[in-house]
Design a protein. Structure first.
Length: 420
């Protein structure tokens, strides 16, 4: 049996088949990079997109737009969403460039020893990131901050900033279009946000292949210099802490960091990295289901086996390279902390305590109590069950087990029972 999306609401089907002429006229025409650049300038009244990331954003923008048009198989809502995302990113670039001209001291803001949570998707990175956010000594970027970072948040109005309500409305659209999405991945304006959203400002981000069918862009991304993405990411952190201070430690998260560690350490030489591990068969089944559901909000023609195969290749390479890096013994092991998803499920606070101890940081009673309260309020499956099977994506368990055997053996990743 091949994966099939859950039935869409009637209004979604009506919009995508062109039953709302106003939307069809507005968002039906092809995407054009020059038109998008011009519209962003017109919306903001600004003209300078800046070079704060030092890599040039127009080439990846044009590669992305071409891929969306020639490969994306976009439906009307997909065209709407990607158009709004690109325009938002271009507007943020314009606003960042203006802010840096007005306040160049932002670039002197220290970002000291940030902690990056990474690992393959569906290995517990999100829940670990959320738990770490409960420690008042840590600062975790919230969705609204990464999506709309300018102007810098003001401590006096941070909890009532109008951008919070705006981003909540934007995020609700995906949940409305994709039945069951909340059971796979909870989202909200005040929830922790992945770094790929900040890296997207440089148009060098796994955020785009995660949402849209863009194989030529993904190939370009795999071979590009990711330095600009991390420089843009750092500028966003500096902007966010400009008025709130740098006294708390940034705790950041994104699975793709594991494949771009050289660029990460170039931007953050004193970074620390927490890597989560899980049975790859469980990872790939869950990831295939999540990404297929996301892609189905933007396209009526999702090839689930193709999508899953792409992710298998991507993370087989990422995990093999990380295994080789650790096996070679050429990196300071104190920089990395490895943990298992199975251990986290059994003892989440113990996993956090081990992470803190490894990096020489205290976990005080207040932070521990806040983490325990967070876990008590979010029992597993609170937003519904997430079911998936490898066979739905054309994946063979024995072949996958063989392909990831070296990784599993080196990091002693246990196999998980039950249906994969």
């Amino acid at each position: 049996m091949t994966w099939q999306p859950a039935p869409a609401d009637p209004w979604v089907r009506d919009v995508n088949r062109g039953a709302v002429p106003l939307l069809s006229d507005e968002y039906g025409p092809p995407l054009d990079a020059d038109d998008l650049l011009g519209e962003a300038r017109a919306r903001t009244g600004l003209d300078d997109f800046g070079d704060f990331d030092g890599g040039g954003f127009e080439e990846p923008l044009r590669v992305l737009v071409h891929a969306l048009e020639t490969e994306g198989r976009l439906n009307l809502l997909g065209r709407y969403e990607v158009r709004q995302q690109i325009l938002r990113l271009l507007e943020v670039r314009l606003q960042l460039a203006r802010h840096l001209r007005e306040d160049p001291g932002v670039l002197d803001e220290p970002v000291t020893a940030p902690l990056f949570v990474t690992g393959a998707p569906r290995t517990g990175t999100s829940i670990l990131h959320a738990l770490l956010s409960r420690d008042p000594a840590n600062r975790v970027p919230e969705s609204w901050e990464f999506l709309r970072p300018v102007p810098p948040p003001d401590p006096a109005t941070r909890d009532t900033d109008p951008r919070i309500a705006l981003v909540d409305r934007e995020l609700r659209l995906t949940a409305m279009i994709a039945p069951g999405f909340d059971a796979m991945h909870e989202r909200g304006a005040r929830m922790p946000k992945e770094c790929i959203s900040a890296q997207a400002i440089a148009f060098r981000s796994e955020d785009f292949p995660g949402k849209f069918r863009v194989p030529s862009y993904a190939a370009w991304l795999a071979s590009c210099d990711m330095g600009p993405a991390y420089r843009a990411h750092r500028v966003v952190l500096q902007i966010l802490q400009r008025r709130t201070g740098a006294d708390r430690r940034w705790v950041l998260k994104a699975p793709p960091h594991l494949g771009t560690l050289d660029a990460l350490f170039a931007a953050y030489p004193d970074a620390r990295v927490a890597v989560t591990h899980r049975d790859p068969l469980k990872v790939l089944g869950s990831l295939g289901s999540l990404l297929a559901t996301i892609h189905a909000t933007h396209s009526d023609d999702v090839d689930a086996p193709e999508l899953a195969s792409t992710q298998v290749d991507f993370y087989a390479d990422v995990l093999a390279r990380y295994t080789a890096l650790r096996r070679a013994g050429k990196v300071d092991t104190a920089v990395f902390h490895d943990s298992h998803y199975a251990d986290f499920l059994t003892d989440p606070l113990g996993t956090v305590e081990a992470l803190y101890a490894h990096f020489g940081r205290p976990l005080d009673d207040g932070a521990r109590a806040a983490m325990a309260a967070y876990l008590a309020d979010r029992p597993r499956g609170k937003h519904g069950a997430h079911s998936y099977a490898l066979g739905d994506f054309g994946l063979d368990a024995d072949a996958l087990r063989s392909r990831f055997a070296d990784y599993q053996a080196y990091f002693a990743v246990p196999e998980e029972g039950g249906r994969a």
